[in-house]
Design a protein around this ligand. Structure first.
Ligand code: AMO
Length: 439
């Protein structure tokens, strides 16, 4: 493999021979001297070539090669590194000794100001933009910190199947696929199988994997395939224990992001990463409605849930009141929660559940689960579900099971809201929506 120096490491190198590889961002083909801006995954550097063919055009093969370079071409340059304060870009440049083109680029079909749809059509080119590269480095650091936290706290990683015989959340938003002589469904969530780890005696589990929803909406926060970050723990007393775990995890993730990328995020997106104080504010759903109404907003939904505007306004209130970017909205009404959420002992109209909002949008749902099988069957019936069809799931609770709870969190939404991006499309490697299956 060519021994190349990453652009970000050039500053620490002494003047002398060096080899860099990347793609051509710009070429300034001047009469006496040529400049190429070369970018790799870590930054950009200026390459320079004083022409020797000024008197005799065509007599300098390197000059001829540079003149022929197209934007986007991937190449390796060997040459001489020279630190020079006058160079605006990083205070250094590489004098070209030799150029080896790996693959020349055709005229690029997109520019920085192309529409989001066009950019997604050419996502591999769009991803070359440094801010896009940063999005995925940030997400890598965030997820790595979550994993480290889980591993240090004795969680077991599970991989649940994405091909299922039945729905895992609701019958709406369900993708059906042919499966030999029968049909299967794509998992909307690892819900049932992460709960299975509880009677399996695993104690604490996590999973990071795709989830699929046949959701026809075209909002900035919905995708038909997204990465679901899930955790489930045994022996909880209530959803309060799940929230306590959830917030510690987010503190670990955001601390790591701030330490590693805080300055770059600020410079690139103008966003300050804030490590949230614990405990995060908690507001019961009914109180959330009262707060919104007192501030002049009545949620237009009839089912009692918050709408996106309500979420945004509630976060605004929390920011003003507590200076916090997160809020747990708790105690949702049983009518708008799934059958597997546990209800309050004193008031079965309320569940021991929460949604977590981050900078104005829901990123998570969590709850203590109902583990008493007779109550669970009753709640399923009440929701119009046939306990027969849930047979395998209900069996999890028939042979011993600890009280437990957990949450599911959309990774793409977290990244979008952390970096204040306008759409989930900007932070998904390859977005999937109702009218996008390509590339
Ligand atoms: P829920 O359905 O609320 O809960 O999903 C959990 C989180 O997943 C993300 N999410 C989505 N992200 C992008 N596009 C979508 N179409 C989409 N749908 C959901 C959101 C959401 O908050 N089983 C429960 C979780 C649990 O109780 O453990 C569940 O799936 O960020």
């Amino acid at each position: 493999m060519t021994s190349r120096t990453l652009v970000k490491n050039l500053a620490a190198e002494a003047d002398g021979p060096v080899s860099v590889s990347g793609w051509v961002e710009t070429v300034r083909d001047q009469k006496k001297v040529q400049f190429v801006i070369l970018r790799d995954e870590t930054g950009a550097v200026q390459l320079v070539h004083p022409r020797t063919d000024v008197e005799e055009p065509g007599s300098d093969p390197i000059a001829t090669a540079i003149s022929a370079l197209t934007h986007g071409t991937f190449l390796t340059v060997t040459g001489e590194l020279k630190h020079d304060e006058r160079v605006k870009l990083g205070g250094l440049e590489v004098k070209i000794g030799d150029i080896e083109v790996a693959a020349a680029a055709l005229d690029l079909p997109i520019a920085d100001d192309s529409s989001i749809d066009k950019r997604l059509d050419w996502r591999f080119l769009d991803l070359r933009r440094p801010e896009q590269n940063l999005v995925f480095r940030v997400q890598t650091t965030f997820l790595h910190a979550l994993r480290t936290w889980w591993v240090e706290n004795d969680f077991i990683e599970i991989h649940t199947p994405k091909l299922m015989a039945s729905a895992s959340e609701s019958r709406a938003e369900l993708f059906e696929v042919g499966y030999f002589e029968t049909k299967a469904y794509l998992a909307q969530s690892p819900q049932f199988f992460k709960q299975m780890a509880q009677p399996a005696g695993f104690g604490k589990v996590f999973e990071v994997a795709p989830a699929f929803r046949a959701d026809p909406s075209f909002t900035s926060r919905h995708a038909t395939e997204f990465i679901s970050v899930d955790a489930e723990i045994s022996w909880v007393d209530s959803h309060e224990d799940v929230m306590a775990m959830h917030e510690q995890l987010l503190v670990a993730g955001l601390t790591a992001v701030k330490e590693k990328h805080g300055a770059e995020i600020e410079a690139t997106f103008g966003v300050e990463i804030v490590v949230p104080a614990t405990p995060f504010p908690r507001i019961p759903l009914t109180e959330a409605h009262t707060i919104l109404e007192s501030r002049g907003y009545t949620v237009p939904r009839t089912d009692g849930d918050l709408d996106p505007e309500g979420e945004r306004r509630l976060s605004e209130y929390v920011k003003e009141q507590y200076g916090h970017e997160f809020v747990f909205v708790t105690d949702y009404a049983s009518g708008i929660r799934p059958f597997y959420h546990m209800r309050h002992e004193g008031d079965p109209s309320l569940t021991k559940s929460y949604d977590l909002l981050f900078n104005g949008t829901e990123i998570s749902t969590g709850a203590q689960r109902e583990h008493r099988v007779d109550v669970l069957v009753e709640q399923a019936r009440e929701k119009g579900l046939d306990p027969e069809e849930l047979g395998f799931y209900l069996d999890f609770f028939r042979y011993g099971v600890p009280p437990h709870g957990g949450f599911g969190m959309g990774l793409n939404r977290v990244t979008m809201l952390m970096l204040h991006q306008p759409s989930i499309r900007e932070v998904t490697y390859l977005f999937r929506g109702p009218n996008r299956l390509l590339p």
